[in-house]
Design a protein around this ligand. Structure first.
Ligand code: SF4
Length: 363
């Protein structure tokens, strides 16, 4: 398979008509308002609080902003919301949302119910260019990057619906459809809005970005003001197997990827999550188990073992539960922190690697 061309995405240019409020980080909004209307940065703070904290999108209700300013803002900004077109609720409480983003394209967002927290899993692209062989989203190819606005709208849509269930997400992961680092600029701006105390106010400790290992983007993320944990989907201990199941490995092989992780600037006491999707008989041999701790030497990390979900038609098998537990014990003996992520929402195809929007897949 030809490797995809990994392009940077452009910052959306405000158009002559109304622009989406959700496209701006607070500092961008502040600059925009100062340049166009001479407003102080205080206005951006107020707008962020109304929209992201009080969930008020109607400017006429923003009573601490004077009327003449509200009228100007009314002509400038659109606060359009996305409505989900379908919501499925799993027997384990996990909820999957199908959200139309443009024309007849959809993305999926998943609210994962865990004993002590709710984690919102969001998409960063419609489809994905990277074609990992075990992943349903990869079968779609890349349809389009999501804009910052669309990433944020997903979060707001699910947050609004959470009230119907009396819960709220406490954590967020960029592990839905798409490779988040392939859509770096929009991801970064969305995280800035999520992190912002005047915005959604989710600390970087509560957000995780999962990548298959786009090395230049990992380096860029290390220097970014956007704060989130880094997770890397490793899934093999040899280049041969990894290139077979994850074509991106041909561009950034294991040695290059792992060295990048060794050099990644981590805050004190923080660790990288190494995700390892266990594919029965492919990457879960005793040889793999011996090699993995050696490969991870020098990387402050924890390992998250993810027993594969059997996806129809992709040709991989789940490992046994015993195998997963054996790996966990063996890795812990080697001094690594190792957890097993048992699947959630399998009955509604919301589990890891199962996100694909059928309306697009059937084309
Ligand atoms: S695992 Fe992630 S990067 Fe790979 S094809 Fe699926 S969505 Fe894309």
């Amino acid at each position: 398979m030809a490797l995809p061309v990994l392009t940077e995405t452009a910052v959306p240019e405000p158009s002559p008509g109304r622009v989406s409020f959700f496209s701006f980080s607070r500092s961008e909004l502040s600059d925009y308002l100062a340049e166009r209307f001479g407003f102080s940065s205080y206005r951006a703070n107020q707008l962020f609080q109304w929209v992201y904290q009080k969930e008020v999108y109607d400017l006429s209700s923003m009573t601490n902003i004077k009327k003449s300013d509200r009228e100007v803002l009314e002509e400038t900004f659109a606060f359009s919301e996305l409505e989900y077109s379908n919501r499925q609720v799993s027997v384990d409480g996990t909820r999957k949302y199908l959200i139309p983003v443009f024309q007849d394209h959809h993305v999926e967002s998943v609210m994962i119910k865990q004993p002590t927290r709710m984690t919102l899993c969001v998409s960063s692209q419609v489809g994905c260019a990277l074609g990992c062989k075990f992943c349903q989203t990869g079968t779609m190819g890349l349809i389009r990057h999501l804009s910052t606005e669309e990433i944020i709208q997903q979060v707001l849509t699910v947050r609004k619906d959470a009230a119907n269930f009396g819960d709220m997400f406490s954590n967020m992961v960029f592990m839905g459809m798409g490779e988040p680092f392939h859509n770096f600029d929009n991801l970064e701006r969305a995280i800035l809005i999520l992190n912002d105390d005047f915005g959604i106010g989710l600390s970087g400790r509560k957000i995780t970005v999962s990548t298959v290992g786009l090395v230049p983007a990992i380096k860029k993320f290390g220097d970014s003001p956007a704060e989130a944990n880094l997770a890397v989907s490793l899934n093999a201990t040899t280049d041969e197997v990894r290139s077979e199941i994850m074509p991106i490995n041909r561009k950034f092989p294991l040695e290059v990827l792992l060295q990048t992780l060794r050099e990644f600037p981590l805050r004190r006491r923080k660790r990288i999550t190494i995700e390892y999707v266990m594919l029965g008989g492919v990457n879960d041999t005793e040889g793999d188990l011996r090699r993995l701790p050696k490969l991870l030497r020098g990387i402050p990390c924890k390992v998250n073992l993810i027993p594969y979900n059997s996806n129809a038609g992709l040709g991989f098998e789940s490992p046994s539960d015993d195998k997963a537990r054996h790996w966990q014990r063996a890795l812990m003996k080697e001094g690594l922190t190792a957890t097993i992520r048992w699947s959630k929402g399998q009955d509604i195809d919301a589990a890891c690697g199962q996100l694909v929007t059928n309306s697009i897949k059937s084309r």
